[in-house]
Design a protein around this ligand. Structure first.
Ligand SMILES: Nc1nc2c(ncn2[C@@H]2O[C@H](COP(=O)(O)OP(=O)(O)O)[C@@H](O)[C@H]2O)c(=O)[nH]1
Ligand SMILES: [Mg+2]
Length: 223
């Protein structure tokens, strides 16, 4: 029975990976960078996106895919900045998959798009298992969640291209060992960048913006 379950999971993941690769090809042909943002609920994904859109919207074509179990609260926030946004409701599912993302992408005008951000469903468990066709994975951990989360949810942090430690403004109120944190991440994932940010005060956000622009340049060089 266990081996049957394993083989079904393998089939689902390989069909998903195929669709994700096809999507990456489509985006590469259109010179679009797609960034998948993952974290637990409340760590600051939508806040990060709102600041990022304000910073870049006059310079780049931005589109956003919002994933949540229910509601269109986050897509409505993005739409308030006059940016194209598609809300996906998983109806209980804990992650987005490559098919859902592809259907959402079809709704955007790709000729007017340079960057697509995905706000994945909030949790640190299952989102990282599913390739969505993105080029980069950004994982947010906020200070109140505690510095032990990478050890409890290692897959998420192992899949990250960048780890953003958000809510750095509230650091004095929590026992979060910020000095040891970059080394902890390096242990899981030597190539991940670690940035300390606050979407509230703007601290560190310039480095996040530079990281995005480096990703755009890297894409143009490759294709
Ligand atoms: N103090 C502080 N609060 C923040 C920061 N970023 C987000 N928040 C707050 O955290 C809560 C959840 O943020 P949200 O962006 O909705 O998180 P999401 O669920 O990951 O999309 C909101 O009340 C935000 O105002 C930050 O850098 N500092
Ligand atoms: Mg959100």
């Amino acid at each position: 029975m266990a081996s049957k379950t394993l083989s079904i999971k393998k089939n689902i993941l390989s069909a998903n990976a195929e669709k994700a690769d096809e999507t990456r090809g489509l985006l590469d042909n259109s010179n679009i960078l797609m960034i998948n943002i993952m974290s637990s609920p409340g760590s600051g994904k939508t806040s990060l996106l709102m600041q990022t859109i304000s910073h870049f919207k006059d310079k780049y074509g931005i589109a956003v895919i919002e994933g949540d179990v229910a509601s269109s609260i986050d897509a409505d926030k993005i739409l308030s900045q006059s940016i194209p946004a598609v809300q996906i409701n998983t109806g209980g599912g804990c992650h987005l998959d490559a098919n859902m993302v592809r259907n959402a992408i079809e709704k955007f005008d790709l000729n007017k798009t340079d960057i697509i951000f995905i706000e994945n469903v909030g949790n640190l468990v299952c989102t990282a298992d599913f390739d969505l066709g993105s080029h980069k994975n950004a994982v947010i951990l906020s200070i109140p969640e505690g510095d032990d989360k990478p050890r409890k949810y290692p897959t998420m942090f192992a899949e990250a291209d960048i780890v953003l430690v958000n809510k750095i403004d509230v650091l004095p109120h929590f026992d979060f060992d910020i000095a040891a944190f970059p080394e902890l991440i390096t242990g899981f994932n030597p190539s991940a960048d670690v940035l300390l940010v606050s979407t509230k005060t703007g601290e560190g956000m310039d480095k996040w913006f530079s990281w995005i622009e480096a990703g755009l340049k890297e894409k143009i060089k490759i294709h």
